[in-house]
Write a protein that binds this ligand. Sequence first.
Ligand SMILES: [Zn+2]
Length: 94
Amino acid sequence: MEIKRCVRCGGFFETANEVCNICVQKDNKDLGKLKNFLDGYSIGKVTKKDVSANTGITMKNLNRFLAGEEFAGVHIPETIESNVDKVEKVIVKV
Ligand SMILES: [Zn+2]
């Protein structure tokens, strides 16, 4: 096995994964929260900041999750300009 540096905690470990065994569990927890949150926002506009604030997932981890295959086609903007009055929320699926 390869020695890698965990992208989440920075620890060195032996694995084929991106994160260490401890962080895999944290990742799974975060991913569950992320999916639940996105389910509730299928109609509407939501920013990464909203997601981070509501799920407690750090921007760093959020960006990593969203870059993954699982979320391919899901585009969440960093910010939304001038849509303060709109209640509607949209996640754009490309
Ligand atoms: Zn780790």
